[in-house]
Design a protein around this ligand. Structure first.
Ligand code: FE2
Length: 405
């Protein structure tokens, strides 16, 4: 128990430093183009800035689906050369990032355009920063290691979930250990982004549901954070409301561009919220489940979130109730206890409606110690969680996850 109190005190002291750094170095905001056709407007803007040789960072699935073709065609019309790196994989590694950086150098590019989900955007962020700083991706791991503006960076997210197009972080996995390395630096925020509902309408329902739950987790964890600000609260509440109103619609009507745009904004707002409020145990545990059992990030978050929220109650009931009232899940007059419980109930209903099963397949009790240590390493001293877990608390949650059917 002594070690728990030492950990908690040390974590809180580190958080004071992180909060001070975030206040002194506020995250820049990208210019946003939104709606159907926004991606082509972004291409036009890049040409206007005088870029002559763009590296598109993406993945083979999107390239084979032809998502990059209209962008290439537009750049060609505008006299901009295009090089493509489509080798990004989920949970991208250092070697993928280095290969992409090499591509940038070999093709003598002057700017980077990420087209994809969080993985492609994260790789593009690190490549752009490595290109301008002459550092290796590995040397950028940690907080504020760039110390210089990145090469001009732009992003077209194709999923509505990570909010990576606006966040100050990128996650790159170690090739051997699969542990996630965090690169935290305001210089990795793109200059401009396009939230193109037309491109997002091609997202399959399963990916739509899981990435939407990632966005919801960002908003909820940022809202529960002890270092949340008035501004991050504003974005978090808006994201939660938009997701409860639109996730079911985009799941059942993929071509509904109004709902797609709302989800893209929700994801973007979730990213803005987490830039200030940070994350919490849901992400800490979910990252480990992703590493150990290969679960997609959004799905891991969805599975873990109800358990971490339940653990944190009643400390967070006021905030859960706020979110329930703001999202219209209850009336403004509903009591805190009832509204907080309504949030939990509606969260489960939302997950059921978008067919997210609360199961972690093949969890192994022998992994629990390592999963817990990995989660605590990420969370303590990095995130301002409202209630700290003991080792037993965390293992109890893992045990419940392993027994769910
Ligand atoms: Fe996330």
């Amino acid at each position: 128990m002594t070690s728990f109190f030492v950990t908690k005190a040390k974590a809180k002291a580190q958080l004071v430093g992180i909060k001070a750094a975030m206040t002194l170095l506020p995250a820049p905001r990208p210019t946003v183009f939104s709606g159907e056709g926004a991606a082509l407007k972004l291409c036009q803007a890049m040409a206007t800035f005088g870029h002559k040789n763009v590296l598109i960072v993406s993945d083979k699935i999107l390239n084979n689906l032809g998502v990059l073709k209209p962008l290439e065609a537009r750049f060609n019309e505008l006299g901009v050369k295009v090089a493509i790196y489509d080798g990004v994989m989920p949970d991208p590694t250092m070697s993928i990032t280095e290969a992409c950086l090499q591509h940038y150098k070999t093709a003598h590019c002057d700017s980077v355009l990420a087209v994809g989900g969080g993985s492609s955007i994260d790789v593009a962020k690190v490549v752009a920063l490595a290109a301008s700083t002459q550092k290796t991706p590995q040397q950028l791991v940690g907080i504020l290691k760039g110390r210089k503006a990145s090469s001009p960076l732009y992003a077209i997210p194709t999923t509505a979930g990570t909010g990576s197009e606006v966040t100050v972080g990128a996650v790159i996995s170690d090739d051997k250990t699969h542990q996630k390395n965090l690169i935290l630096d305001p210089n990795v925020v793109p200059r401009m982004v396009a939230l193109d509902s037309g491109i997002m309408s091609g997202m399959p329902p399963k990916v739509t549901a899981e990435t939407g739950m990632d966005a919801l987790t960002h908003a909820v964890e940022a809202y529960m954070s002890e270092i949340a600000t008035n501004e991050s609260d504003l974005y978090a509440r808006a994201a939660v409301k938009l997701i409860f109103e639109n996730l079911r619609i985009v799941y059942t009507e993929p071509k509904n561009l109004v709902a797609r745009e709302a989800m893209a904004l929700a994801s973007h707002y979730g990213g803005l919220a987490l830039n200030q409020g940070g994350l919490g145990y849901v992400h800490g545990i979910a990252h480990q489940l992703g590493s150990y059992y290969g679960l997609p990030h959004g799905l891991s978050n969805a599975i873990v979130m109800p358990h971490v929220l339940a653990f944190s109650r009643p400390v967070i009931d006021n905030k859960l109730a706020d979110l329930a009232r703001f999202a219209g899940l209850v009336t403004q007059e509903t009591s805190t206890a009832i509204a907080a419980q309504a949030f939990m109930t509606e969260l489960q209903k939302l997950m059921d409606d978008v067919k997210i099963k609360s199961v972690v397949p093949k969890m192994n009790e022998q992994d629990f110690d390592d999963i817990m240590q990995g989660a605590f390493k990420e969370v303590h001293g990095t995130y301002a969680v409202p209630k700290y877990m003991t080792e037993d608390d965390c293992k109890q949650i893992l045990y419940v996850l392993s027994k769910q059917v």
